[in-house]
Design a protein around this ligand. Structure first.
Ligand SMILES: [Zn+2]
Length: 162
């Protein structure tokens, strides 16, 4: 009985048959960045469910993404680590979780985004790979270019991601 009641109070988002569920995305709103990075928009041929600002016992508020039929190779976990670190990815096959993975912030980011400084050597020469040190403080993730020392907030410069 009490079980039934608590279920009734839960926000229900459709279960997906195949694909991924990305849960515990905080702070709320970061799901939009993840969609952008994953290139999920109206042209994506399958359904994607976005739940924003969902109450969570542990986290206060969170976002949840459910993306049908996305290929595991299209999830760049290193890139997601810069965008939605701390979230969990569950890989779903025939309605069952076949694998779980926690998204952690990488210490460095190499070759996955461009430097915002046009005068940086990485933007001048093709043979110099971009390299950034990741600086985190609470929910803010900043990157420092190893070559020109520019520091920027990744969520403000998301278009730099390749
Ligand atoms: Zn640079």
């Amino acid at each position: 009985m009490s079980n039934k009641n608590s279920n009734n109070k839960e926000l229900i988002v459709a279960k997906i048959d195949n694909g991924v569920v990305i849960d515990h995305i905080t702070p709320p709103g970061r799901a939009f960045y993840a969609l952008k990075v994953l290139k999920i928009d109206e042209k994506y041929p399958h359904s994607a469910f976005v739940a924003l600002n969902v109450p969570s016992k542990k986290l206060g508020r969170k976002d949840v993404l459910k993306i049908r039929n996305i290929d595991e190779k299209d999830l760049n976990i290193e890139v997601l680590g810069l965008i939605i670190s701390g979230s969990n990815v569950a890989y779903i096959k025939d309605y069952h979780i076949v694998k779980k993975e926690k998204i952690i912030t990488p210490k460095k980011a190499t070759g996955i985004l461009n430097c915002p400084s046009s005068t940086c050597i990485t933007n001048q020469r093709e043979d110099v790979e971009t390299q950034f040190v990741v600086i985190t403080s609470k929910d803010v993730i900043k990157l420092r270019c190893e070559y020109c020392d520019i520091i920027f907030n990744i969520h403000e410069r998301i278009s730099l991601l390749r």
